[in-house]
Design a binder for this molecule. Structure first.
Ligand SMILES: *Cc1c(COP(=O)(O)O)cnc(C)c1O
Length: 513
């Protein structure tokens, strides 16, 4: 029985495509090169939201996933949610705790999404994606091994490796920019355990890696080679619907936590979310939550010096033809934010021709400009700001000094942009949740530097573990267990590939050459 409760997914560039969730998740990217989006948005009323207040995170996850995965049984959804969000996988037990920070007359809340196994928010999606994917493959192409290709700006790679390691019927291959990730991020990836994993550095930046991975996905020769070995490509990047969907859950969780602690004063009171943004996945999930009925005032898109999204949201022109900056918030060093395509689709009421046209222009000329109506719609919801490395460090220091809160550089960008937002709009009243996306210990060198550590400046003290313990000694904040455990692990992956040789690297890592 499907009927009216069945939700279909279409393509941002071709409305003729219409598939069920399992197909969208198994495939990753649509046949026309666009992204899968839900054809309708499931709704959650305020009354329903109130009933969700008492659910724990796993129950909340099941409640939301069920609305989107209408071709999964409740049992399948329960298995996925329970495997992913078991309390023992997250230090402290809650996957997305909201903490209150008071600074003078401004109250802000931080939603900490980094208590999982890899200490960054990518765990929120990548702990569940393998389970969603394996079940999706069983429904669509039983018996095939999925080869997960991942281009990473740092955190996705490790989170994907950790999520997929030793999951039957999958292999996971990760490509990271050789000079674009932090020493701790690199250490996490090259020491990865598991029998079905591969890791390779790329001579290039994240955009080079992502573009090459997209090219390999749609390369018919590569696809045939895999098919001969009963394998198929799939994606764990945030272009995959199965990556995005689990991220909607924590925005509801944040609101429920605020209701529970009495911070929501009246029915339907709206909140702001400030999201440190790279590929536009995390903030897009917040937009989906809002479209489902979560009371949201503004979504504030925070970028580092790679401020292509700030310019886009302010002017309507997306222009990637600009210098690429390597910053201290490397997971946001992105000039082509893939998930923006989904927002354009929704903001044009599903005008796939228009979206396809803009994406073609982006591809051919490096830029496009949306029409005034689309821009106006975007601006009613989204605000945008950015900060450079110097202000990011300043923000880390001031969060520590004024609120005794230790944050990582990505989260610091968001705190800084929130202050800009308050200064620009005067909106101090709306309760605001800053999304905190990584443990400061993943970026200990930058955080030490920001805090003015003298030890950081000394020659010879550049081992990532020394930095971690120095930071802990300085701040009294405990080092997360997964980072402590890395010290004893040996390096398994030392490959470096040029972008041009990535196809060979894929075949080698998949065990096909
Ligand atoms: C991936 C990442 C981001 C950016 O999230 P997007 O979904 O790509 O916008 C921000 N902070 C950290 C720590 C990340 O790992």
């Amino acid at each position: 029985m499907k009927g009216e409760c069945s939700l279909k997914y279409t393509c941002t560039r071709n409305r003729a495509e219409s598939v069920e969730a399992a197909q969208a998740i198994a495939q990753g990217i649509s046949a026309s090169g666009g992204l899968f989006v839900p054809e309708e948005m499931p709704q959650i009323s305020y009354a329903e939201l109130c009933t969700m207040q008492t659910m724990n995170y796993t129950e909340l996850a099941q409640h939301i996933l069920a609305k989107f995965l209408t071709d999964f049984t409740p049992e399948e959804i329960r298995e996925c949610a329970e495997a992913a969000y078991r309390a023992d996988k997250f230090s402290g037990g809650h996957p997305a705790p909201v903490v209150m920070l008071q600074n003078g007359d401004i109250t802000q809340y931080a939603m900490e999404l980094w208590h999982g196994p890899t200490c960054a928010f990518k765990d929120m999606a990548l702990q569940i994606l393998p389970h969603l994917l394996v079940k999706s493959l069983a429904k669509t192409t039983p018996g095939k091994t999925a080869v997960i290709l991942v281009a990473t700006s740092g955190d996705t790679g490790k989170a994907a490796l950790e999520g997929f390691k030793d999951v039957d019927g999958t292999r996971v291959l990760v490509f990271y920019p050789q000079n674009g990730v932090s020493p701790m991020q690199k250490r996490q990836m090259v020491t990865q355990e598991g029998s079905n994993v591969g890791v390779c550095a790329i001579e290039g930046n994240f955009d080079d890696a992502q573009t090459a991975v997209k090219g390999i996905f749609t390369d018919s020769v590569m696809q045939q080679t895999l098919a001969q070995h009963n394998m198929m490509f799939s994606s764990a990047n945030s272009i995959n619907w199965g990556r995005l969907l689990p991220q909607i859950i924590y925005y509801f969780s944040a609101y429920c936590q605020l209701m529970n602690s009495g911070e929501i004063d009246y029915e339907g009171e709206k909140v702001n979310f400030v999201v440190p943004t790279g590929n536009f996945g995390d903030i897009l999930a917040a937009y989906y939550a809002m479209k489902m009925g979560l009371p949201v005032n503004h979504l504030i898109c925070a970028s580092n010096e790679n401020n292509v999204l700030t310019d886009f949201i302010r002017t309507g022109t997306y222009d990637r033809r600009r210098p690429f900056h390597t910053t201290i918030s490397p997971s946001m060093d992105i000039l082509v934010s893939s998930n923006l395509e989904r927002l354009l689709f929704h903001m044009t009421d599903g005008n796939a021709e228009k979206v396809a046209g803009w994406m073609r222009q982006l591809n051919e000329t490096g830029s496009y400009t949306v029409d005034a109506e689309t821009l106006a719609r975007i601006q009613t919801v989204f605000h945008a700001g950015f900060c450079d490395d110097a202000s990011t460090k300043q923000a880390i220091r001031s969060m520590k000094e004024t609120e005794n809160y230790l944050c990582d550089p990505h989260s610091a960008v968001a705190f800084e942009v929130y202050h800009q937002y308050v200064a620009e709009t005067g909106d101090k009243e709306t309760p605001t949740v800053v999304v905190s996306t990584a443990s400061p210990y993943k970026f200990a060198a930058s955080v030490l530097d920001a805090l003015g550590s003298e030890l950081y400046a000394q020659d010879g003290v550049n081992d990532e573990f020394e930095q971690v313990y120095q930071l802990s000694a300085m701040t009294g904040v405990e080092v997360p267990q997964p980072i402590q455990a890395l010290a004893g692990k040996s390096v398994r992956f030392e490959d470096v590939s040029s972008v041009a040789d990535m196809r060979q690297a894929v075949l080698r890592l998949a065990g096909l050459s």
